[in-house]
Design a protein around this ligand. Sequence first.
Ligand code: HEC
Length: 151
Amino acid sequence: MRNSILMFVILLGFSISIMGWTWYPQDKPDQPETLPLVPMMQQLLDDIQQVDRGIYTENFAMIEEGAGNISHHPTMTVEDKKLVKKTLGEEMKQFVKFDKVVHHHADSMRMAAVEENMQKVLKHYRITQQGCVDCHSNYRDPISTARIKDN
Ligand code: HEC
């Protein structure tokens, strides 16, 4: 009898702690701070697709979240930074400029979504998209090739 009461108390304590653990999400950041370039890019694709979905369904909260994730995207890992620097040399400046365009206009897009101003969202969407594509047309191939050689 004593044993079963003890067992009950232990189980109760255990379930309560499990419940607390699942009910209260830990304070973990939404995104990691650094990521290798390719998974980071795949995440940017998910984010911009979320923005797209928000635009066509007029869901401003969705746009706000996707754009916010783009503007706060993780930075490259140290190894990838080295690879990019080695591959691009002086061109690194231009690479950084394209990245800044994306950060800046994704953030303006997020703010336009907060204001629920679709015209403004689109204006900054186009500039963001141009930033993604400009960087790709100039640097995607060389960096991708350097990565393959590096491995
Ligand atoms: C400053 C440069 C730069 C910007 C800005 C940039 N990218 Fe990229 N992206 C790259 C490079 C470099 C690669 C190739 C990486 C490799 O293969 O090593 C790449 C590759 C990709 C890929 C292919 C990943 C794969 O599976 O091989 C996707 C998708 C992508 N980018 C999406 C985006 C989106 C969406 C944006 C804008 C929101 C964006 N990128 C902005 C540099 C950039």
